[in-house]
Design a protein around this ligand. Structure first.
Ligand code: HEM
Length: 291
């Protein structure tokens, strides 16, 4: 009987030692590719572990001070390896594959996350990141709050739709105006449009280039536009100059053009989306917002 507390103590000590050992096995030097993923890492308190990020990792602002590993789809092994990381994290968008193979071969752990545009992917990513950072509790909190925020947007949209028809919308991803890609089914862009209460007029799968004629025939009520290299009025002017068909569309005539930050569409669904969805829903249903 007298031995029991001692045994318990020993057990506790062993447990503490084992969790400490586990913590020290967690990767310490992180390189992250994919804007949304880097944002989640920061939200989970992991920013001090980041030693490098890709060019789409622009939020929070402080990430821009870190060494850059280039664009997530066009990484170079040298750039990554020179930072001596324990782990490279990214989504299916990260590549090219031979570079990832080279990084693995050099002994760096490569952890893949989902860029699928669905809520279950966010849950899974947060769980996986939480475990890798030793921040499981915080990950569970973030997950619950994300679900709540999205439900609030759903409510806003549902109320707006009681009196208004869902607008037909196209989401264009441009590069200084030239040949925009149109967000089709299964993309983060499509998810964003639907969550904010729009009808995505593009029925193809993935992101695709459209001819001027095809664009003109869809005649969207609203155009949402994301440019990789320009912002604000400059981005819109470049888009209209390079895509004359759009100039004749109802969206342009009615001046219903909405700019969207392109970093909201890379590296999976990220933490700033609920706020962006609220703003989009207000743009899609302006009359209901004014009430
Ligand atoms: C801030 C966000 C982004 C930045 C900084 C960025 C940057 C770049 C750069 C530098 C390139 C290679 C050269 C070029 O064609 O211009 C590129 C290619 C590409 N980007 Fe992005 N991009 C961003 C967002 C996006 C988004 C939202 C999409 C979704 C459609 C996207 C899809 C692509 C595709 C499909 C390519 C060609 C890929 C390849 O050839 O491997 N990018 N991007």
């Amino acid at each position: 009987m007298m031995r029991r507390p001692a045994a318990l103590l020993a057990l506790c000590a062993a447990f503490v030692a084992s969790t400490q050992a586990l913590a020290s096995e967690l990767p310490q030097r992180w390189v992250s590719a994919g804007g949304a993923l880097s944002e989640w890492i920061s939200e989970l308190g992991g920013q001090p572990r980041l030693v490098g990020v890709d060019t789409t990792s622009q939020h929070p602002e402080s990430l821009k001070a870190l060494p850059s590993i280039g664009y997530q789809r066009q990484l170079s092994a040298e750039g990554i390896l020179s930072l001596r990381p324990d782990v490279l994290v990214g989504t299916e968008e990260m590549g090219p594959p031979p570079v990832l193979a080279q990084v693995r071969k050099a002994g760096v752990r490569v952890e893949l996350f989902s860029s699928q545009a669905e809520l279950s992917a966010v849950d899974q990513n947060l769980k996986q990141l939480g475990a890798l950072l030793g921040a499981e509790g915080r990950a569970a909190q973030l997950m619950a709050s994300y679900h709540q925020q999205l439900e609030a947007v759903q409510l806003q949209v549902k109320q707006a739709q009681q009196n208004h028809k869902a607008p037909g919308v196209l989401l264009l991803v441009g590069h200084a105006g030239a040949k925009p890609l149109i967000a089709g089914q299964g993309t983060a862009g499509d998810w964003v449009l639907r969550q904010a209460g729009a009808r995505n007029l593009a029925e193809h799968q993935g992101y695709k280039n459209f001819s001027n004629e095809a664009l003109a025939s869809l005649d969207p009520d609203v155009v949402v536009f994301s440019d990789r290299s320009l912002s604000g009025e400059q981005a819109l002017q470049a888009l209209l100059k390079e895509n004359p068909a759009l100039a004749a569309s109802r969206a342009v005539r009615d001046k219903r053009l909405v700019l969207l930050d392109p970093t909201l569409l890379v590296g999976g669904l990220g933490p700033r989306l609920p706020t962006a969805l609220q703003a989009l829903a207000t743009a899609f249903y302006p009359a209901s917002a004014a009430k």
